[in-house]
Design a binder for this molecule. Structure first.
Ligand SMILES: Cc1cc2nc3c(=O)[nH]c(=O)nc-3n(C[C@H](O)[C@H](O)[C@H](O)COP(=O)(O)O)c2cc1C
Length: 223
């Protein structure tokens, strides 16, 4: 049984951890976090999460630090028809920019939102009247995307956080109901890895972490 199979047994009686009918990976959370890898969307296939699994991923996804309790994010789980409609919009925007595009390129754009079984669009709902700075609200949106990836990994699913050109296209935003002054922060593709991804180089801790005993105050004149 793979990590995201549905348990036949009643809750709590199957091997491993269960939540209702869902088997959760037996890996300790710290190992999921330490070893999670994105899988490129092209390599993510069926099965995708079912509705119960999706709701688990979504509820973990929005359990993020949110200064001011603003909830500055919005999540849209695109169904198959919506994915196909988005694909048609991508084709028309792509052709408007590259009228000489070949068939293969057009087919890629049409299929772009359907590369994986599930597609969650995470966009911002920034409250610019709120005293909490905009950047903090955007960071909370990013945290949602990260939690979606980690929650997917906890259930044994592969996922990738992409923006690509569609996230920055005004027609795409309008079609998704995202106001022009808000952002599409992530398109999260979720499903099952066609093959396990290789490791990706990570910075050594020493390259990014310091343990200063005293503050490394920089003389303003030196900067
Ligand atoms: C905000 C954001 C946008 C991203 N957009 C893209 C993208 O458009 N195309 C891409 O190849 N990777 C994109 N990535 C990177 C992948 O999500 C992923 O981090 C990368 O493939 C490395 O995999 P890893 O998560 O295993 O480190 C983006 C990451 C972030 C945080």
């Amino acid at each position: 049984m793979s990590a995201h199979d549905i348990a036949e047994d009643p809750p709590g009686t199957a091997d491993g951890l269960t939540r209702g009918r869902i088997v959760i990976t037996e890996q300790p959370a710290i190992d999921v976090l330490r070893t999670r890898r994105s899988v490129v969307a092209n390599m993510i296939g069926a099965p995708g999460p079912d509705q119960d699994q999706l709701e688990l991923i979504l509820s973990a996804g929005i359990r993020v630090p949110d200064h001011g309790k603003i909830g500055p994010w919005r999540l849209q789980v695109l169904g198959k028809t919506a994915q196909a409609m988005l694909g048609e919009i991508l084709v028309s925007e792509f052709l408007a920019k590259f009228p000489d595009a070949n068939e293969k390129q057009v087919a890629f754009e049409r299929n772009r939102p359907q590369r994986a079984p599930s597609l969650i669009v995470v966009s911002s709902r920034l409250n610019r009247q709120h005293k909490v700075p905009e950047v903090e609200q955007l960071l909370s949106c990013g945290a949602v995307c990260t939690n979606l990836l980690n929650a997917s990994a906890c259930l044994g699913f592969a996922a990738q956080w992409l923006t690509e050109w569609p996230a920055y296209n005004e027609t795409v935003k309008a079609a998704l109901g995202v106001p022009a002054d808000q952002h599409i922060v992530g398109l999260i593709y979720i499903g099952t890895a066609a093959e396990a991804p290789g490791e990706r180089g990570r910075p050594d801790l020493e390259a990014v972490v310091d343990y200063p005993d005293v503050l490394p105050v920089v003389d303003a004149g030196q900067t």
